[in-house]
Design a protein around this ligand. Structure first.
Ligand SMILES: [Zn+2]
Length: 349
């Protein structure tokens, strides 16, 4: 038998774990069994537990709940390489790929066609994705005090480095600022998101959007890694000096996507993080011969959080993700993140 077949032979598969079972100052690679597949095998989550030498908080790092959003996986690998459990206070639970079937299929969605980040916290007896979500909550999230969920834009679109967080929650707010993002989008995690489900259970959480899908972008990955390490150092879990924020991020109190109303070839003009004014032309659709069919103008002043890059446009394709700047009123609850309809994600995680 070929040696590579057994390269991960030493990684133990468990159904659940108790953090006290791991040695102080140790790194443990595990697989946590999730569900059975169609040949009676196991679909299991790769997990790394960094258990420190002194008591402290439990931080969860999660990536690729959308299976094609990959920068976060590399962020987590870099954090694992950087953090020395012999000098760590508390525990870091790392899940570089949450949606294992989606990751293997190169798709955003789970392998039953549902968005795993719309079915949280799942159901004990439910559909494929609901059961998987429920087990993720009970087997991983149940251990956590804090969580950083790493995402990217979706196929055919690109994002700034931005954070979604409830900025009226003091813990989410400082975790968000530690990411040194270009933009913070102030909202609660919508129903069904991992962030929302974790916050409902008292796990202080933010969502970090680290660039573009289906790729590793090394600068974005480095910025994302710095953001995670900043949170660990602010919590005194590691001794690194926290990197100072270069400037205040732009805070958006709401956001939405503009969609095309005709089919054709789409060209979007503004760059990421550009500020645009009411009435400014942001995109056009041409017919296949190059003649202009329609222009799209900004309905109000805002900042470009994300934008389409894919020119092939069927009616109803996304154009820009427009953030609306504003000031946060700490006495008012954060707005909900757009409609919950999974097919019309108006800027939800
Ligand atoms: Zn995502």
């Amino acid at each position: 038998m070929n040696a590579s077949t057994h390269r991960q032979h030493h990684v133990k598969i468990v159904e659940s774990f108790d953090l006290a079972q791991f040695e102080l100052g140790s790194t443990t690679k595990l697989r946590v069994s999730m569900v059975g597949n169609g040949i009676g095998g196991l679909i299991s989550l790769p997990v790394v537990i960094l258990r420190g030498v002194e008591p402290g908080p439990v931080m969860g790092l999660t990536a690729a709940i959308h299976g094609n959003e990959l920068n976060g996986m590399r962020v987590i690998q870099k954090v694992i390489a950087h953090v020395k459990p012999t000098r760590l206070k508390g525990t870091v639970i790392c899940v570089p790929v949450v949606n294992v079937p989606g990751y293997l299929n190169n798709t955003r969605h789970f392998n039953d066609g549902y968005d795993l980040n719309r079915v949280m916290p799942g159901k004990r007896n439910g559909t494929n994705s609901q059961v998987y979500a429920h087990r993720f909550m009970t087997r991983i999230v149940a251990h956590l005090d804090y969580m950083i969920d790493l995402h990217t834009a979706s196929f055919g679109r690109i994002n700034t480095l931005y954070v979604r967080a409830d900025m009226t929650n003091p813990d989410s707010a400082w975790m968000a600022l530690c990411q040194q993002p270009q933009i913070v989008l102030h909202n609660t995690g919508a129903d069904g998101t991992l962030r929302g489900a974790a916050m409902d259970r008292g796990v202080k959480s933010i969502t970090v959007e680290v660039g573009n899908p289906n790729a590793f972008q090394s600068e974005m990955v480095d910025d994302g890694t710095t953001g995670v390490l900043n949170v660990l150092s602010r919590l005194k879990m590691i001794e690194d000096d926290e990197q100072q924020h270069p400037g205040e991020p732009v805070v958006c109190v709401s956001s939405y996507w503009m969609y095309t109303e005709v089919g054709g070839v789409l060209e979007v003009y503004p760059q990421l993080a550009a500020r645009i004014r009411t009435g400014e032309v942001v995109a056009c659709v041409r017919d296949i011969y190059g003649d202009l069919i329609e222009e799209y103008r900004a309905p109000e002043d805002g900042i470009i959080i994300g934008r389409a890059t894919h020119p092939v446009n069927q009616t109803g394709s996304r154009v820009i993700h427009l953030g609306i700047e504003g000031t946060i009123d700490p006495t008012r609850p954060a707005p909900a993140a757009g409609p919950v309809d999974p097919d019309v994600p108006n800027g939800v995680d």
